[in-house]
Design a protein around this ligand. Structure first.
Ligand code: SAM
Length: 196
């Protein structure tokens, strides 16, 4: 599934009050998400950040494990961290990923968004059969800003909670792993029914 990439978006994202903000990079995100992505054969993990000092931090983390001291210590971290591509905007990630082709942007959210929502079965099938490249965007802080949802071709369903209070606010690391498994696990046999 190297035609699929992930984007970890730090702007535009929302804060608790629903305002559009820029979130700081969480170091563990840059280790955990590439390891999940690499495990499922995803082609790239874009770190989207408009602040150059934050992009430099992401590049430093990457180069520590790709060609640096980290690689000497734990060589098998090179593969996952090599997936990291550090960019200043989601537009830059889309341009880099799609090149001249038209690609698709899929968005994720803990809050079920109605527009263009794919169900899990349709998403799995679309992902497997797609001839176009797909970029799946994940948010930080309190989630992707509206501008990202407006740009998207499809919204993935929220991972639902069986809890009466519906609490389903997963860490972005956990959400990436669950969604990759929902979309990519198992053989190419007909996928099981939609999933909770
Ligand atoms: N700093 C926080 C953390 O990682 O602990 C960031 C939270 S951020 C809002 C979580 C991101 O993971 C969301 O923007 C969304 O992309 C995804 N996510 C979280 N819970 C989800 C759910 N229930 N269903 C789908 N995606 C979810």
């Amino acid at each position: 599934v190297s035609h699929v990439a992930l984007a970890l978006v730090h702007h535009p994202v929302l804060n608790r009050a629903g305002e559009v903000v820029t979130a700081a990079i969480t170091n563990i995100d840059l280790h955990d998400i590439p390891r999940s992505a690499y495990s499922y054969g995803v082609g790239a993990v874009y770190v989207v950040h408009p602040i150059s000092a934050q992009r430099a931090l992401a590049e430093r983390i990457r180069s520590h494990w790709v060609g640096g001291a980290g690689e000497k210590r734990i060589p098998d971290r090179r593969g996952p961290l090599e997936l990291l591509r550090v960019v200043s905007s989601l537009a830059e990630a889309l341009a880099d990923w799609n090149g001249r082709q038209a690609g698709e942007l899929w968005t994720t959210s803990a809050r079920a968004t109605k527009n263009q929502q794919l169900d899990w079965v349709a998403a799995r099938q679309r992902l497997r059969s797609s001839k176009r490249r797909i970029l799946i965007a994940f948010g930080t802080s309190w989630g992707l800003g509206g501008a990202v949802h407006q740009l998207s071709n499809h919204a993935l369903p929220a991972i639902q909670s069986p809890r009466p209070d519906g609490y389903n606010h997963l860490s972005v690391r956990a959400a990436v792993a669950i969604i990759l498994d929902r979309l990519l696990s198992g053989s190419s046999a007909a996928p099981e029914s939609g999933g909770a």
